[in-house]
Design a protein around this ligand. Structure first.
Ligand code: ZN
Length: 143
């Protein structure tokens, strides 16, 4: 699988655990043990109660497409278009919406409310980036 071209992420002290998890195929988000809030992207501080004792917890699928866009612009010569970028939320995890690509269906089949599984693809700079998998039947298309 060719890596998705682009600009590598700027990894910070706060976001490094996310990228380490991504490399292992695990979707990690910040969790505040004090108030129970989950946050993404990681900031090193709880966005609800402002405590700094955040820890990381793994989120597993399925997720639900909250919003999406389809990109047709070839921003880089090696970029394959079109492709869909989805914003995914997870039941019971308010405060977390994860952007990523989506595989397993054509870009024009992506829809709000579609169920997707957590996944990753090789991205710029050797980092794994979120790439969700369309669940069978979630688009109503038989394959
Ligand atoms: Zn908190």
């Amino acid at each position: 699988m060719n890596a998705i071209p682009g600009i590598p992420p700027m990894v910070t002290e706060e976001t490094e655990p996310f990228w380490v998890g991504a490399a292992a195929g695990r979707l990690l988000v910040e969790h505040c043990p004090a108030c129970g809030a989950d946050s993404f992207p990681p900031r090193g501080i709880c966005r609800r109660c402002r405590r700094r004792a955040a820890e990381f917890v793994e989120i597993t699928g399925p997720g639900i497409v909250y919003s999406f866009t389809v990109n047709y612009q070839r921003w880089l010569p090696e970029l394959e278009v079109p492709y869909a970028i989805v914003l995914v939320e997870f039941p019971g995890r308010p405060g977390v919406r994860i952007p990523g690509r989506v595989r397993g269906c054509a870009p024009e089949e992506v829809a709000i409310g579609m169920r997707v599984e957590v996944g990753f693809e090789p991205g710029p700079g050797g980092y794994a980036v979120p790439s969700f998998l369309a669940r069978d039947g979630s688009t109503g298309v038989t394959r």
